[in-house]
Design a protein around this ligand. Structure first.
Ligand code: SAH
Length: 246
């Protein structure tokens, strides 16, 4: 039975341990959001998760204008396995990167690995800000396993150290019309990674290197060049629908 979760109840990520009758103290900014933005009151229902112990239904108890606790009543969902799809992406400029990270998490990325390519314009990443985006996407989309985001690594080093048991689906803007569906059908049930390039696309040298690797599968996302953040959504859609968990 697919665990359909309760879309309507507010969900909140906390770091504390969760369990029956546990009383979780809510930090000031989250309490302010719940009480003064969402207008929740004592007795309001809320779902808490911590990325380790599934999801728990609780009730709010107000303690002040910007202070509350949540008393846990029952476990609403058990902790699922992490998603098995690695997202390799060249970092983009701030706003588009925040958007792309949120969409990757919403669409089932199990881990996020920033990759520095020749045309990547961003080298320093604010991982704390990106982690906040990851949590926001998880809260909004009922995701219980929180994907890790790692420090950026150069593309060549990623490929040199790559676990060949995991196939890399490489979004190649220069790919001739390849039947992506058929290729992906051959990769069902395999360990997969998805690679999307930077605003400036992949260099010719990178394209040649990638195409020489037998664990790399080029895919076309159509006859138009998509913006990198659009390409991410398009790639996740086709990969998840044909060879993923949709
Ligand atoms: N210059 C544009 C697009 C750069 S392409 C921009 O400003 O964003 C960005 C990345 O998206 C590419 O490296 C590739 O990974 C992916 N991509 C874009 N269009 C694609 C297509 N038609 N087929 C496959 N991948 C594509």
């Amino acid at each position: 039975m697919v665990q359909r979760y309760d879309y309507s109840t507010q969900r909140l990520y906390v770091t504390f341990d969760l369990g029956i009758d546990v009383v979780v103290s809510i930090n000031r900014s989250q309490a302010n959001y719940l009480l003064n933005v969402l207008r929740m009151k004592t007795g309001s229902r809320i779902l808490l998760f911590n990325g380790r112990q599934g999801e728990w239904l609780g009730e709010i108890e107000e303690k002040g204008r910007k202070s509350c606790v949540v008393r846990l009543l029952s476990q609403s969902r058990i902790q699922p396995e992490p998603y098995n799809l690695v997202y390799l992406f060249a970092p983009l400029k701030k706003g588009r990167l925040d958007y792309m990270v949120q969409k990757a998490v919403e669409m089932g990325a199990g881990s996020l690995q920033p990759v520095i390519t020749q045309h990547t314009q961003i080298a320093k990443l604010n991982l704390e800000r990106l982690r906040a985006n990851i949590l926001e996407a998880a809260e909004q989309c009922g995701i219980l396993t929180i994907p890790e985001i790692h420090d950026p690594i150069a593309l060549y080093k990623i490929l040199a150290d790559w676990d060949k048991d995991r196939s890399i689906i490489y979004c190649d803007e220069a790919a001739e019309k390849i039947d992506g569906i058929e290729m992906l059908q051959g990769l069902c049930k395999k360990n997969l990674a998805l690679l999307v390039g930077p605003e400036g696309g992949f260099s010719e040298e990178e394209r040649i290197t990638l195409r020489l690797l037998d664990f790399v599968y080029p895919i076309s996302l159509g006859p138009r060049i998509l913006r990198a953040d659009t390409a991410a959504v398009a790639a996740f859609t086709i990969v998840q629908a044909v060879a993923g968990d949709w």
